[in-house]
Design a protein around this ligand. Structure first.
Ligand SMILES: [Zn+2]
Length: 122
């Protein structure tokens, strides 16, 4: 039984790309603070997107994503939510095409690489 039975399932290829975004962020951020074991537990926000790879919501709710917590991922008007861990019962707020998914993925990655550039070569 999925946690969000009424939600629109997020396409698997977009879930996989979001995992890569989280991994790439972890790689870049971990090298900033080597003592912090961020692993895949990433919480990040810039001008282009926001991601929270793990959430522990304490609000009362019924079979739906939490209306009080920020989405786990947001880029433009695309919002993705999952249950605790990225990829688990993942729902999206609207349909997206594979091309659009790739374009969001690309935007996120480039902004991460720009951040890396600023942090280490700025
Ligand atoms: Zn909540």
């Amino acid at each position: 039984m999925p946690h969000y039975p009424d939600g629109l399932a997020c396409p698997w290829y977009f879930v996989e790309r979001l995992k890569f975004v989280a991994h790439e962020l972890a790689r870049v951020l971990r090298s900033v603070a080597a003592s912090e074991d961020v692993g895949q537990l990433v919480s990040f926000e810039n001008d282009f997107f926001e991601i929270r790879s793990y959430t522990q919501c304490k609000h009362e709710k019924d079979n739906a994503p939490c209306p009080y917590c920020r989405p786990n991922f947001k880029c433009g008007d695309v919002e993705v939510r999952w249950y605790k861990h990225l990829g688990r019962d993942t729902v999206i707020n609207r349909e997206i095409t594979p091309r659009e998914a790739f374009s969001i993925f690309s935007l996120c990655l480039h902004s991460i690489w720009e951040l890396e550039e600023v942090l280490y070569n700025g």
